[in-house]
Design a protein around this ligand. Structure first.
Ligand code: SF4
Ligand code: SF4
Length: 167
C-alpha cells in the first residue's frame, strides 16, 4: 500500500517548474548561502529575491539541499498532500493523480521540443509562452497542428494542477 511519504519522491512537480516558474525567498532565508548551495537566485522586484525553476537543486527525484532548503519549500504542501494528510484522499489515489499530471507534463514538454523549444532550463510556462509567440508559418500545416495540440495539452495540464495541486 502506498504511504504519504512516497508521494513527493514520485512527484517533483513543485521543484521541476511544472507548478511554479520561480519561488520567492522569505525573511530568514540566507540568499548568499543558498546561492553557494547551488540555487539560481534572481531579483524579482526591487525588494524581492526568488530562485528560478526548474530548481538547480532538484535531481529529478529528490531535493539535494533538503536540510537547508528555503523556507517556502519547507512550508509548502500541495493540495494532494493536504487531502491525504486529513484523510480526504488515499495515498494511492494521490499517486495516480501525480502519475497522470506527470504524464501530461511530459507530453507538453515533448510537444515543446517538437516545436523547437528545447530549453530544458527554462520554466515550463515561459517555454510555452515563447513557443506560442513564435511567428506562425501558414505553409507549415504540421506545425500549426502541433501548436493546437500544445494549447489543448497545456490547458488540460493547468486544469489538473489547479484542481489537484493548487487548492
Ligand atoms: S507537488 Fe505535492 S506531492 Fe508533488 S513534490 Fe510537491 S508537495 Fe510533493
Ligand atoms: S530547494 Fe529543494 S525543495 Fe526547494 S524547489 Fe529546490 S529541490 Fe525543491
Amino acid at each position: 500500500m502506498t504511504s504519504i511519504d512516497q508521494l513527493c519522491p514520485n512527484c517533483g512537480l513543485c521543484c521541476d517548474s511544472t507548478l511554479f516558474a520561480d519561488v520567492e525567498l522569505r525573511a530568514g532565508d540566507d540568499a548568499k548561502r543558498l546561492k553557494k548551495l547551488g540555487l539560481t537566485i534572481e531579483k524579482k522586484s526591487p525588494t524581492k529575491l526568488a530562485f528560478a525553476q526548474p530548481c538547480a537543486c532538484f535531481d529529478g527525484k529528490l531535493c539535494q539541499i533538503y536540510q537547508d532548503r528555503p523556507k517556502r519549500c519547507g512550508l509548502f504542501a500541495c493540495g494532494l498532500l493536504k487531502r491525504v494528510k486529513c484523510g480526504e484522499m488515499t495515498a494511492n489515489a494521490a499517486l495516480k493523480k501525480i502519475s497522470d499530471a506527470k504524464k501530461r507534463a511530459g507530453e507538453v514538454r515533448d510537444l515543446l521540443r517538437s516545436l523547437g523549444q528545447r530549453d530544458e532550463q527554462m520554466a515550463l510556462t515561459h517555454r510555452y509562452a515563447e513557443a506560442m509567440s513564435a511567428p506562425i508559418d501558414m505553409a507549415d500545416e504540421a506545425g500549426a497542428e502541433k501548436r493546437g495540440e500544445l494549447m489543448l495539452a497545456v490547458n488540460d495540464l493547468m486544469t489538473r494542477l489547479q484542481k489537484d495541486f493548487l487548492r
